[in-house]
Design a protein around this ligand. Structure first.
Ligand code: N01
Length: 561
């Protein structure tokens, strides 16, 4: 053990990495329902995962609050009261902290432990995990619950280190905040985050300069406090709300209209889009069933939003720059906003179109584009994440026979169902690449994965097994399926999409999430389990016979008997 390291964390049945939505639920499911010994290692000094870090001005969930929470427990569902249509970051953190207390999770969560390495020890049949803090842990099963968007991407722009003002990435926003009042603020990036942040920063700052590389579509969120009647309706209609969320492709509590955008008369179509615009939110995408599958249908939605941008933005030149032309609406993750386009009517806001006026370098005083220098006190990067694969790769995982995840995924992620990687026994990736993950309302995808893993471990125990590994041919087949599902949609038409890894230089261009829909995916996962874990190799190790395995000797808990 290296000098300064702490004593070994002891041998666990399961180690979970991450204490966000996924890790908290994995701990509850595997400890309290399955009776396994579970420890959660979390890099941050609090629970919350992505919501621990994303504290930028305007940070708010784009899913509606009554659907952005745990659904597995009727008590949790009834006891928690959301206050707004979309929950703000503080409220989500309060919620997750409340869940951690309510389910007595904290005693098995070790905060401030950043995993730096995890190695499969074939002889011992254990994952050996090291943290930056010098701890060593060992566990039979390893669950990566590290989220999809937790590895911040700061572009390597020349001169960045010379900037004398304050620099912050939205996904690692300082806890104490960043002073914006009276400051000249530059914001790079106009994805969902930049679009949420710009209106709030503009209200606080002396001046805001938005550096835009790709203009984006956005629809008003129409956030508002929730009425007592609505909250009552949510409490009383849990079963129906969940039924819809589990039946729809995106896990949201609404279904797409079962009609093509091309089937209706133009006047009626316009009226339906107007109604959707007035209602606000992600539901705009559900105005017609073929918005994401038929380019001509999509054009009607894209054109509608382009017209709205021209109506809202007073300066025609600014409106032109803000109007997306190079990809269909919703081919990139569609943002929703609270006054984004209106922000550009403010006298203290400037838009810089980086396609016409690219960044040359960052200087000590600000950002220099081809047309000149923009003097800044604060530079905010809303430049997104090394999505999906990034959080897993930075765990430095080494599987069987010394295979590293970086090598295994050199040409893009390979995974069976986005849940398990060939060569990495007893590792599960919650909402990993190849699963619907970021194309869905995340808690729905998370609950489905955690419950699938729980069932898998329960059934392995019942069959006297303690080793599971995805087969390479299953992962190869699934890779083709993930690609085919994306090709059946308009999603690959956005060249700059992070779904494709396009935002990170050198990252393989592979469409990473499964676009075939959550409902279909859930059915496939059920089928795999029902067929005895098709595509997986299951085995029994000598540990079991020595009485040391998870399987014959469940630790404690309701399911252990
Ligand atoms: O990141 P993004 P995000 N120079 O990658 C630009 C989730 N989310 O943080 O499009 C200049 O979408 C880049 O430009 P381009 C949600 O899933 C959820 O906004 O690559 N610009 C783009 O404009 C979302 O999709 C909620 O040309 C550069 C922006 O930076 C995901 O997080 C709320 C650049 C990055 O956009 C990521 O969103 C907010 C460069 N070198 C976000 N590099 C919820 O509701 C990048 N850009 C839960």
């Amino acid at each position: 053990m290296p000098e300064g390291s702490m004593p070994a964390g002891g041998e666990q049945d399961v180690l979970v990495i991450g204490a966000g939505f996924s890790g908290l639920y994995a701990l509850h499911a595997l400890r309290d329902r399955l009776g396994l010994s579970v420890t959660v290692l979390e890099a941050a000094d609090g629970v919350g995962g992505t919501w621990h870090w994303n504290r930028y001005p305007g940070a708010r969930c784009d899913s509606e609050s009554h659907s952005y929470c745990y659904a597995f427990s009727e008590e949790l569902w009834r006891e928690w009261e959301w206050t707004e249509r979309y929950p703000g970051h503080e409220e989500i953190r309060r919620y997750l902290n409340w869940v951690a207390d309510r389910l007595d999770l904290r005693r098995d969560i070790r905060l401030g432990r950043r995993v730096t390495e995890a190695r499969w020890d074939e002889a011992a049949g254990l994952w050996r995990v090291a943290t930056e803090q010098g701890e060593r842990h060992a566990a039979r099963f390893l669950i990566a619950a590290v989220g999809c968007l937790s590895s911040a991407n700061i572009p390597a722009i020349e001169g960045l280190e010379s900037f004398q003002g304050r620099v912050a990435h939205t996904g690692e926003w300082p806890r104490e905040g960043v002073e914006l009042a009276g400051r000249r603020v530059g914001l790079i990036g106009t994805g969902s985050t930049g679009i949420q942040a710009a209106p709030v920063i503009a209200e606080q700052a002396a001046h805001l300069t938005v550096f835009q590389r790709t203009p984006n579509y956005s629809v008003p969120a129409r956030n508002a406090p929730l009425s007592p009647e609505f909250r009552q309706w949510v409490r009383e209609n849990r079963a129906e709300i969940l039924r819809v969320m589990h039946a729809t492709p995106n896990g949201h509590p609404f279904a797409a209209r079962d009609q093509s955008a091309l089937e209706v008369e133009p006047a009626e179509r316009e009226a339906l889009y107007e109604a959707a615009w007035a209602r606000g939110g992600m539901q705009f995408r559900a105005t017609f069933r073929d918005i994401l599958t038929d380019k001509a249908a999509n054009d009607t939605a894209s054109d509608f939003i382009r017209r709205k941008i021209r109506e809202i933005v007073q300066d025609p030149e600014t409106a032109r720059k803000l109007t997306p032309t190079d990809h269909p609406y919703a081919a990139k993750r569609p943002p929703i906003d609270s006054g984004y386009f209106e922000t550009f009517n403010r006298p203290n806001v400037t838009l810089v179109d980086l396609r016409e006026d690219p960044i040359e370098r960052i200087t000590p005083r600000g950002v220099r584009t081809r047309s000149g220098e923009h003097a800044l006190d604060v530079l905010v990067f809303a430049t997104g994440f090394d999505a999906l694969t990034g959080p897993l790769l930075r765990l430095n995982l080494t599987g069987r026979e010394g295979l590293t995840l970086a090598e295994a995924w050199r040409e893009g992620p390979r995974s069976w169902l986005g849940l398990a990687v060939p060569g990495f026994p007893n590792l599960f990736t919650v909402t990993g690449p190849g699963s619907p993950s970021v194309l869905t309302n995340m808690p729905v995808a998370i609950e489905q994965h955690v419950e699938w893993i729980e069932r898998c471990l329960r059934e392995m125990r019942a069959r006297g097994l303690d080793r599971i590994e995805a087969r390479a041919e299953a992962a190869a087949r699934w890779g083709a399926e993930v690609n085919a599902a994306a090709q059946a949609t308009l999603l690959p038409m956005a060249a700059s999409s992070w779904y494709l890894g396009a935002n990170v230089p050198g990252k393989p261009r592979v469409f990473m999430p499964y676009a075939g829909g959550m409902a279909r995916y859930r059915a496939l996962c059920e089928e795999v389990a029902a067929k005895g874990y098709e595509g997986f190799a299951l085995a029994r190790s000598a540990r079991i016979d020595a009485g040391r395995g998870v399987v014959p000797n469940p630790a404690h808990g309701p399911d252990a008997a």
